[in-house]
Every structure is written in structure tokens, then in C-alpha cells.
Design a protein around this ligand. Structure first.
Ligand SMILES: Nc1nc2c(c(=O)[nH]1)N[C@H]1C(S)=C(S)[C@@H](COP(=O)(O)O)O[C@H]1N2
Ligand SMILES: [Mo]
Length: 362
């Protein structure tokens, strides 16, 4: 009943499990990504869950274990709502694959991200009732889906540090853009960890565990880690490299498309920029000559820690070939690295190199 049919023009990379990204025009059109165009990133089949029998268990290093139905959760804790951008760590991986192949990973362009309003309860409120133990440095989540991609096959899981779990913005959400969460996006309940890579926002969550160590789940201990370039991910033992958490400042150009032909004259360039962590976007520079000279784009959306800001700028392009590049700056005065070569890594995560678009003005 709550299923929302996705648009026909989603960029589908894989059907089983379903992995599809948003068309760029949709992302540029509104701050909130419409549900029928929101990207889907799955590591296994969508589990069939019955909201009336589903339960959330909270345990591990807590004073008092909890088992909550959806009704109980909604009754017992005050509702919270916030707008947050979800961004896959593999977003813009195609730019890394262009440098050197990354076999077996989804070749996401810049549409494995989207912004939604989320309604749920604060994880902090639930943990306050359970009572976090003094040894609990991490809070782990477990989903109900079983992934055959994991070694060995196991449910999808993740963990976040205690300070993030208690920071207030992390939600256990049942609504997205004012509509009930759909099965594809994690119904009946999902975690939303604003500012962190999408993989920590566990869908179909059934267990929350307070622990002294990060989760040993495959998707925390082996996948979603930044490895040094020479490592073979299939041979690297669990715990290699660093676990990805807070997202680094990133941006993409949504229009015009790379390789497109435009009419010479005024051309509007549109894109998004996302700061990650608890930072926000303060500035976006755009160049029409590969980065020799820059102009500042107009920021369309208001500054907000958990959400992207779309931006636009108009260049008057004479006839000929132009390379448009962009770089965003965040509230820590960090900006993006120039080239994908400089950030290439074996699993293809966190490509925040300057987006580049070549256009022919005729
Ligand atoms: N249980 C579960 N949660 C999950 C995943 C998954 O495969 N299973 N994928 C994660 C990843 S990698 C991302 S980027 C986001 C994507 O959320 P979406 O499909 O709602 O856009 O969900 C995260 N949560
Ligand atoms: Mo992801």
C-alpha cells in the first residue's frame, strides 16, 4: 500500500539487489528530492516485514533492555523532524573508475544522493531510557535484510560513535517527505544518521546494541572503509584502512550534462554541494576554463548542517569547447581536491574531486 512507483528515468545499475540513482534534472529541481526519484542502494533483497509484528530490540551495554513495537515507540517518545541529505559513500564512483577500474562495485554517477525530510524519534531519547553503560563507546544497528554480498552472508549492519548517537540529530524514522516510509527505503523503521555516509543509516532496523567496540558486521569492518591504493580489498583483513563516517565536502554539476552541446551565449550551470559532518556549505566556485578563473555561484538553499545547498551561476559561453569545473567550501574552510587521481581508492569511496563537465557551445 505504501509503495511509491519510481520514475521510469531512474538510472538503474542493478535490478537484484535493486540499485538505482536519480536523474540529475530531478535533483536540481527542488531542495527535497521527490520520493519517486530518490536513489535506492541495497545489498540484498528487500525484507518482507509486517509492521504489526516487527519489534525493535535495544540491548548490549545498557542499564535496561527495551523491546518496542512501532506503536510503543511513537507513544513513548516525542516526534522529531529534520531535513537531511543522504549520500552514498560510492556516490560519484564513476569518476574514480575512469582513473582505474574498480571491479564489482556499482558505477554511481552523482545521483546516489538525495535530500528528504525525515520524521521519527531521536535515537538519543531512546538511549536515554535504556541508559548507556560507561563502556558503550559505539552504538550498532542491525537490519532485517540478509546480504549474499557479505563474507559470510549476513544482515546489513553498521555502528556510529557514542557522541554521534547521543547528538540528537540521529533519528529512528518512519516518515520520509511527509509520507510513510516505503519498504524500499526501510519500512517500518530506519536509522537516519545526518552528515554520515548513507551506509550508516540502516534500513529495516531491528536491533540497536551499545558496545565497547565498533560493529563487527561486514559492512562496518570490511566494506565502507577507505583503503590505501595498493591494497587488494579481497585480501585485506577486516579492520583494514579507516571506517568511513562523516562525509567530506563534495559537489556535483547537474546541468549541463558532460559531453553535451549548448547554444553559445548565456548558459546556466546548476549543481549541489554538501558539507557533511555537522558542517555546512559556505561557498561554491565555478570556472568555465578548467579552473584558471573562478566565479561564485548563487546558493539556492539556506545554510543548514544536515542538508545540501543547490547552487547556480550563468556563464556567457562563446562558440567552442569549454571545461566547467566546480569546488565547494564548507564551514571549516575545507574545499575539494582537484583530481580524482588524488583520491582514488580500491573500493571507490568518497570521490569528492572537482566535478568536470565538457560542453561544446555552437
Ligand atoms: N538494512 C540495510 N540498510 C541500508 C542498506 C542496505 O543495503 N541494507 N544500504 C545502505 C546504503 S549503502 C545507503 S547509501 C543507504 C541508501 O538508502 P536508500 O536506499 O533509502 O536511498 O541505505 C543504507 N542502509
Ligand atoms: Mo551507500
Amino acid at each position: 500500500v505504501t509503495a511509491v512507483a519510481k520514475r521510469q528515468d531512474m538510472v538503474v545499475h542493478q535490478r537484484d539487489p535493486l540499485n538505482a540513482e536519480s536523474p540529475p534534472e530531478v535533483l536540481g529541481a527542488a531542495m527535497q528530492t521527490p520520493l519517486d526519484a530518490f536513489y535506492m542502494r541495497n545489498h540484498g533483497p528487500v525484507p518482507k516485514l509486517d509492521a504489526s509484528t516487527w519489534r525493535l530490540r535495544v540491548g548490549g551495554d545498557v542499564d535496561c533492555e527495551l523491546e518496542l513495537s512501532l506503536d510503543k515507540l511513537q507513544e513513548r517518545f516525542p516526534p522529531r523532524e529534520l531535513t537531511a541529505t543522504l549520500q552514498c559513500a560510492g556516490n560519484r564512483r564513476a569518476g574514480l573508475i575512469a582513473v582505474r577500474d574498480i571491479p564489482g562495485e556499482v558505477p554511481w554517477r552523482g545521483g546516489a544522493t538525495g535530500t528528504a525530510s525525515w520524521r521519527g524519534v531521536a535515537l538519543r531519547d531512546v538511549l536515554a531510557v535504556a541508559g548507556l553503560g560507561s563502556e558503550a563507546k559505539y552504538v550498532a544497528f542491525l537490519g532485517a535484510d540478509v546480504s549474499e554480498e557479505a563474507d559470510p552472508p549476513q544482515p546489513f549492519g553498521a555502528s556510529i560513535p557514542r557522541h554521534k548517537a547521543m547528538a540528537g540529530e540521529v533519528l529512528l524514522a518512519w516518515q520520509m517527505n511527509g509520507r510513510p516510509l516505503t519498504p524500499l527505503h526501510g519500512a517500518p523503521l530506519r536509522v537516519v544518521v545526518p552528515g554520515y555516509i548513507g551506509a550508516r543509516s540502516v534500513k529495516w532496523v531491528t536491533e540497536i546494541t551499545a558496545r565497547a567496540e565498533p560493529s563487527e558486521n561486514y559492512f562496518q569492518a570490511s566494506a565502507y572503509r577507505l583503503l590505501t591504493p595498493e591494497l587488494d580489498p579481497d585480501l585485506a583483513p577486516p579492520g583494514s584502512g579507516v571506517a568511513l563516517g562523516a562525509i567530506a565536502v563534495n559537489a556535483d554539476i547537474l546541468s549541463p550534462a558532460d559531453g553535451s552541446t549548448v547554444a553559445a551565449g548565456p548558459v546556466e550551470i546548476i549543481g549541489y554541494a554538501f558539507a557533511g559532518g555537522d558542517r555546512h556549505i559556505v561557498r561554491v566556485d565555478v570556472s568555465d576554463d578548467g579552473g584558471a578563473r573562478w566565479r561564485q555561484a548563487e546558493l539556492i538553499d539556506p545554510p543548514a548542517p544536515w542538508a545540501w545547498r543547490r547552487w547556480r551561476v550563468t556563464f556567457t559561453l562563446p562558440r567552442g569547447r569549454h571545461q566547467i569545473v566546480a569546488r565547494a567550501w564548507d564551514s571549516a574552510a575545507a574545499t575539494q581536491p582537484e583530481r580524482a587521481e588524488h583520491v582514488w581508492n580500491p573500493k571507490g569511496y568518497a570521490n569528492n574531486a572537482w566535478p568536470r563537465v565538457n560542453v561544446d557551445a555552437v
